[in-house]
Design a protein around this ligand. Sequence first.
Ligand SMILES: Cc1cc2nc3c(=O)[nH]c(=O)nc-3n(C[C@H](O)[C@H](O)[C@H](O)COP(=O)(O)OP(=O)(O)OC[C@H]3O[C@@H](n4cnc5c(N)ncnc54)[C@H](O)[C@@H]3O)c2cc1C
Ligand code: FES
Ligand code: FES
Length: 1393
Amino acid sequence: MSGTSDGSRFGARRLSPRRRARCRWDRLAPAPRGRGPRPACRGPSSCGWFRGSGAMSPQGAAADDLIFYVNGRKVIEKNADPEQMLLSYLRKRLRLTGTKYGCGGGGCGACTVMISTYEPSSKKIRHYSANACLLPICCLYGAAVTTVEGVGSTETRVHPVQERLAKCHGSQCGFCSPGMVMSIYTLLRNYPEPTPEQMIAALAGNLCRCTGYRPILDACKTFCKESVCCQRKANGKCCSDQEDDLFDKEEKVSTSLFSIDEFQPLDPTQELIFPPELMRMAENQPKRTLFFHGERMTWISPVSLDELLDLKAAHPKAPLVVGNTGVGPEMKFRGVFHPVVIAPARIPDLNVVKYTEDGLTLGAACSLSVAKDVLTNAISEFPEEKTKVFCAVLKQLRTLGGEQIRNVASLGGNIISRKSTSDLNPVLAASNCVLSLASRGKKRRIPLSDIFAGVGNNTITPEEILVSVHIPHSRKGEYVCAFRQAPRRENALSITNAGMRVLFEEGTDIIKDLSIFYGGAASTTVCAKQTCSALTGRHWNEQTLDEACRLILKEIAVPGSASGEKVDYKKTLIISFFYRFFLEVLQSLKTTDPYHYPGIPVEYGSVLQDFKTKMPQSIQIYQDIEPDQSPQDPVGRPIMHQSGIKHATGEAVYIDDLPSVDGELFLAVVTSSRAHAKIVSIDTSEALKVPGVFDVISAHDVPATNEFYYSDDPEIVFARNKVICVGQIVCAVVADSDVHAKQAAAKVKIEYEVLEPVILTIEEAIKHNSFFEPKRKLEQGNVDQAFETVDNIIEGEIHIGGQEHFYMETQSVLAVPKGEDKEMDVYVSTQHPAVIQEMVAASLGVPANRIMCHVKRVGGAFGGKLLKSGLLASVAAVAAKKTGRAVRFILSRGDDMLITGGRHPFIGKYKVGFMNDGRIRAVDVNYYINGGCTPDESVLVAAVSLLKMDNAYKIPNLRCWAYACKTNLPSNTAFRGFGFPQSALVTETWITEVADKTGLSPEKIREINMYKENEQTHFKQKLDPQNLIRCWNECMEKSAYYSRKKAANEFNKQNYWKKKGIAIVPLKFPFGLGTRYLSQASALVHIYTDGSVLLTHGGIEMGQGIHTKMIQVASRELNIPMSSIHFCETSTTTVPNACASAGSAGTDVNGMAVKDACQTLLKRLQPIINKNPKGTWNEWIKEAFEQSVSLSATGYFRGYNENMDWEKGEGQPFTYFLFGAACSEVEINCLTGDHKNLRTDIVMDIGCSINPAVDIGQIEGAFVQGIGLYTMEELKYSPEGVLYTRGPDQYKIPAVCDIPEQFSVSLLSSSQNPHAIYASKGIGEAGLFLGCSVFFALRDAVTSVRNERGLKTTFVLNSPLTAEQIRASCADDFTEMMTNNESASFTPRAISV
Ligand SMILES: Cc1cc2nc3c(=O)[nH]c(=O)nc-3n(C[C@H](O)[C@H](O)[C@H](O)COP(=O)(O)OP(=O)(O)OC[C@H]3O[C@@H](n4cnc5c(N)ncnc54)[C@H](O)[C@@H]3O)c2cc1C
Ligand code: FES
Ligand code: FES
């Protein structure tokens, strides 16, 4: 065994005496800026962490101290546990809770931190962003970590990034904000004046579910050097000159939501410096092998190649961990465990970057970002002919993962893990890259292609490690391409990818050497070896192409179970990629000899350009306040979110940020693995043996209510004798840590006896007549008679998939027994504290007055934190009651997605009768929603889908039924829009089909059938559609619809493989909750003797800015500045019986209550004010107190007078209507199905906006969520009812790359609403439906493909309209080749529910 660099040998170092582990640590307030760090705290620490003794490595070496810095403070961790990730270390050990947990798997960016390292040889400091959730603390030796707290705080200085994010309204719920701040901050540390491209790339790995990204990007743009003009060149003007044309000059409108003048400049000299001590350590201390031992795992970090080879020989099964982006997710999510890991990142041989005669050698531990930078440089330095391989590899690297992943993931890790989804292996293998492998006493070099092509000695042995990768220069006559298609263009694993290379005989188009490799087809990268040899010697022409496609299809088997599904799509991609390669090469040949090689037809040219993410351009237009409005009156102004700065500094507290309570326990649930089964037995014996486990809780422990009957079928806390879906909670483990609780939960054994039937899909529910009652029906006119008189009838069906809420903060509860009178404090991330109180009290069998539910803020909810949160709170409360301890219950992302259900999958079956002139006379529709296993709100969702199904159209004869199907899926629930986004999509679908049939355009059919004058809806409620028509016309005008449609048609004529599509969709969104009592609201306002005001009401802040708006209301009513008013929390102790914050109603109803309370107070103060009109607020309050005037008042709003008689099918279930219209334009790539959202223009009537920044934010955020629903978010269930898609790696919500390149939102001016506070309208939900304008624009593009190809006009597109569907609908020779393919016989891995 070779020695370490400090001369010691493994096992030769003496074991230091075990002692109680101490972390030298004090509070991690940011250290001073611009100078050296403060010395480390020497005193004893409260976060000492005892792990017991005996943690020796397999070599017997003692554990090293792990030394690193966090926010300028030194951390010495005596017992660093290799299993501990930085995220939990920061949050639990260091109490730095600004860094958030969103997914734990590197997919959301909520946990982004900046890592800084110093390289003594180059004397360079490297700053890079990383996901703390995948970063083992052990790899931080000698590094400096900066978290959001270290960037700035309200206590010290708010950093410009934090300030601008908040002031540009880039935070709503705020849960993603710290991660966003860290990504932007890190970029600015490296590039203080970044380009827009760098900025947008830096955010590719950060998800936000609320804002729709536009305001976040607005904040980013303020740091970019280049001016970012809108490039809206349709009329030759840019956005700034064009504003004049965008709105009516009569109206006084504004286009600015924030003022740049307010921003502090970015001053790089103010940043935390790299700790000098770490520099000294790196410079002076010889590098030596480090050992860290955890409870179960040992981490060894050698510093020389020899040591590494010895270690690998001793532990052939131990993985080499560099970025941990492969090993980490395997251990976290797939139950893989490694007792020993080896971290080779510090070994120089594995970090080489060497230019050689024939190419470039990169060490295997080089991060993908380093590889990307090196290749970028090389491309600029070497002649083009030599860099074709570099370009192809770089192309893959640009979209591989997000920046945080690329910064840590290693080249070697990507290659060696040989995952089918590796984007690098196909291109590296095709390009003849060579791997340098080493094992003890042996070195060899093998072409990567040998591994996948099954050539020679092609297996890498467990003892072998990859030292470096050689990427060769390309040669004359050689062409290399790489392709990938993923569910989302950025930060998503490929569905299929490819690397292709051809070398021609000199001066000819005769194939001398051809290499084709694919990823995504089988379990690893595969080579089309036979195809390549069969084609060698052939000319590069159409015959070769035909032959190649045939051979490739034959050779590359895509088994149905490979990565599961999309078999036909993958096969289509495989040959479409080859076709694209064929075109690229033809085009390149033209440049060498245009005479012999004429290139490709002009109309094929555009397909060679990939879609790129550009910094979007946007404009927001809203009506200005009246000039005579008092400057102090904030109503109507774009006021920043009350918590905006706290979101951006990470100071905003969410449930899991609450400090731990003495003796607190952690809860993890055990869920059913069967969809419908009897529970035969539950064996908890193994679970109870896990260290730290306290108890297992089940239905038997529930003191009172375990089943809640809100209708015939119950909502269930713990499954009792049987389970009715996969993911149902059967029992729960409580332990001293979340790790122990989860470990133990995995050891609970449940025996089942399967019950029949298992109903998963809507079709199965129909077959078994399995519905929740009542079914709902509405009818007007005489439908049957009308069908007899119409010119045409169409019949059809559309399936709309469900949607996961994907709130960034997962469901969270902290239940704290108070120790007397059976009182309990319950802190819950919920939209409905009153229901939590009610359910917890009922479960515990205590009166509601013993349960205090508190909600400070919620990290996104969207309808998903109503009843579900109540059940979860009951689970935690029962555990707290049984153990007498506080219980913290934070769902992991995977469990959250598995357990809680989401938007209902939906089928609409329609029959539509219409005249040749486009008038629709009769509609008969049936809606089926997949309710899942318990009723929740499914019947109500079905009812609302009926009430809102007409969208903007008057249908004289209409019959519609809605059925809530009872199935064995997790119970679905409320989700923004509540049934409307689905039923209105069905409506717009048949509208479009009528257009297809009549030959009229969809917009004409829409106009012909739109509500035009005062009319009645199909349930006889009066409706004035004037503003609907105004929105439609304004949207037509602002979007320049007709001229752009013409331009799109022109583009389509000139481009064969790329097509544009455009669509405009109207919106009528009725506001109301159907019953008066559901819209009652209360508020409580206290004035203290110093004049400050404490406000509370029943509404929940979940990102929609309700507290900000309520403070605006109170400020106007009391005529005091907003700064004098504080909102603390929503609580059942201050406002009892509050209705849920749902249905867009929060501001409306709570605003009325706040106004009422303030007016009561003002009335009491009036005599004092009258007596001293020139007095100040504080004087009046003092006087009032001295006169014994009560300074506390409640306010109340009785609710809207709404009703619905379902027997008669008539009523006034709504109070008013919102209107809007959206026009979207897209471009599709017919070869891959990929698309780009080019432009969206939205016009929305929301009355008089109380806060235009908040309201526009709601519209944009909802719209982007709608894009997700209608075009990308796919939930996948196994035929057994198991949800596959349990995290951002499998379930793709829109990211920065998905928002329209041009995005404009205008609020309709001069709109009044007599029914709501200050003439505003509730806006939370309406905008989501407008996302379907993208769906119909895509349909338009597909239609133009089909028309051009003479395909039949009627075709069905379901939602989400994914790339797979688009590709299949753009039928061509390639899809034709699939028709009779064997794959048709495969059982699909996922079912459509
Ligand atoms: C959120 C996310 C998104 C991703 N997106 C993409 C994507 O779009 N495209 C894509 O291709 N990949 C993607 N990946 C995968 C990622 O690129 C790979 O996981 C990464 O490159 C592996 O490198 P690592 O250093 O993190 O490996 P580690 O997890 O540290 O190790 C992975 C494996 O490689 C082995 N290994 C590492 N180095 C060596 C060596 N020198 N010699 C021998 N064995 C070695 C280890 O033993 C281990 O088994 C994504 C991963 C995540 C988490
Ligand atoms: S929590 Fe780390 S990326 Fe999602
Ligand atoms: S503000 Fe981004 S997730 Fe809520």
